[in-house]
Ligand binder design. Sequence first.
Ligand SMILES: [Zn+2]
Length: 166
Amino acid sequence: MLSRDVARAVNQRRDALGRYLAYGIVRYRLRSVSNLRTVTCPCCGYMTLSDQGYDTCGICRWFDDGLDDGSADEMSCTANDGLTLSQGRELFRSRLTIVNEHSSEYLDEQELLPAKYDIVSRFDRLVSGVAPRLFFDSFSAIQQDLKVLSSRRTKLIRARIAKLKN
Ligand SMILES: [Zn+2]
């Protein structure tokens, strides 16, 4: 797939998910919950980032350092293994993470793969379009599962470090 097409697919997701935020009923219900991640990731396109910025995506592991479409071919200097956003998007498309396949972190991501597929497919249902009044419940359930995913990841990392120490 051409990188232009990969970028288009990511932006279709971002647009479709972002569109829900324009609905009053969605905004109203979002207001009642704090710490929801309603910012879309520039790498995978799903709503996984907090609006505080400098956040790492719970699905693809892209660190949001401000690179976006206009700078998609610049090397990320802060994190992301020196990848460009275009390279990150391509990696996400082929294996659902930007994590280097030779790193031990990659094994964790492999273990989390079924849970990630589940989250991605539920996000994709929202991308295909649901009634705005149905958005919030699915979205907040996905957010809950993103939290579970994140704590499972932390446990895997801790277990790996503990093993290294022994
Ligand atoms: Zn992402």
